[in-house]
Write a protein that binds this ligand. Structure first.
Ligand code: F6P
Length: 318
């Protein structure tokens, strides 16, 4: 099952789960539309060939949804009945923290075996250095910023570019460095408006004619990109400012090789962990090894931002 926001690599993970089941002679059933489909019994049997040609596809062939009904005891009871009727006795769920929270409650209430695979572009899950889709999103966003820079430098403009990351600045920080941004605003650090103005002044004085500021959507500064534009225009009339909100294009597209390999490794581990009667765990990547972390830790733990990257960014914009 895939649930919550889609991310590139989810299909590769579905393929891996299905094929690992086939390899071990276990019957595999796909649950459509996340917990919504689980409640309605929207299931389809999947064999090794049913997942052909999807490793390179973005989105999720099982579709996804955010279910309100699954948050109710009645909804979860109905889901349990549907799973039992279909002889489904274990669950691999691919998604983010909301998906895992649902899985944990379900496990607790019905003692139903669950293993999670982290799929979200935000990389905001504890217990894995990379979530599925994060690497692809970084490359997609860097590519988009490179294109915007063409206009920024041709017209001597300052661009505020909003990238995804509701609660996490992983995308912003990495693409900021990768695309050579002058400033990076992330939720984990409140750099303040004064520092932003000061940094933009310094760039101008050092001879830069255009600038890129990458802003994570959940940035702490308290202003959205459009308000930032107004603020800077008000205080620095010398700047011609534009805004670009990249939006959902960041979540789409063909997964990178890294995400395809990671998804394949995670799918194998998820099924084999269930076979070993492990439950309530998330499969993650730690020091390039596939490792299991309790779901509650994955949800409650904080995926720390790499502070060294902030320093690297500061040095690069000297
Ligand atoms: O997938 C995570 C995320 O991309 C967040 O960064 C963003 O806030 C959210 O999903 C938006 O998703 P949706 O519009 O599908 O609710």
């Amino acid at each position: 099952m895939t649930s919550g926001g889609d991310s590139p690599g989810m299909n590769a993970a579905i393929r891996s789960v299905v094929r690992t089941c086939a390899f071990h002679n276990i019957e595999c059933v796909g649950i459509y539309r996340g917990y919504e489909g689980m409640i309605e019994g929207d299931f389809k049997s999947m064999d090794a060939r049913s997942v052909k040609g999807i490793i390179n596809k973005g989105g999720t062939v099982l579709k996804s949804a955010r279910s309100h009904e699954f948050r109710t005891t009645e909804g979860r009871k109905q889901a349990y009945e549907k799973l039992t009727e279909a002889n489904i006795d274990a669950l691999v769920t691919i998604g983010g923290d909301g998906t895992f929270t649902g899985a944990m409650i379900f496990n607790k209430e019905f003692n139903f075996p669950v293993i999670g695979i982290p799929g979200t572009i935000d990389n905001d899950i504890y217990g894995t250095s990379h979530t599925l889709g994060y690497d692809t999103a970084l490359n997609t966003v860097v590519d988009a910023i490179d294109k915007i820079r063409d206009t920024a430098s041709s017209h001597n403009r300052l661009f505020f570019i909003e990238v995804m990351g509701r609660d996490a600045g992983h995308i912003a920080l990495n693409v900021g460095i990768g695309a050579g941004a002058e400033e990076i605003l992330i939720p984990e650090e409140d750099l303040g408006l004064d520092r932003l103005l000061e940094s933009l002044r310094r760039s101008k004085q050092s001879g830069k004619s255009s600038s890129i500021v990458v802003v994570a959507e959940g940035d702490k500064i308290g202003k959205n990109v459009f308000e930032l534009k107004d603020y800077v225009e008000e205080h620095m009339i010398e700047y011609d400012v534009r805004v670009s909100v990249l939006g959902h294009m960041q979540r789409g597209g063909s997964p990178s090789c890294f995400d395809r390999v990671l998804a394949s490794r995670m799918g194998v581990k998820a099924v084999e962990a269930l076979l070993e009667e492990k439950t309530n765990l998330m499969v993650g990547l730690l020091n390039d090894k596939i490792a299991l972390t309790p779901l509650d830790k994955a949800v409650k733990g904080k995926s720390e931002i790499n502070m060294e990257l902030l320093r690297v960014s500061d040095i690069m914009t000297v």
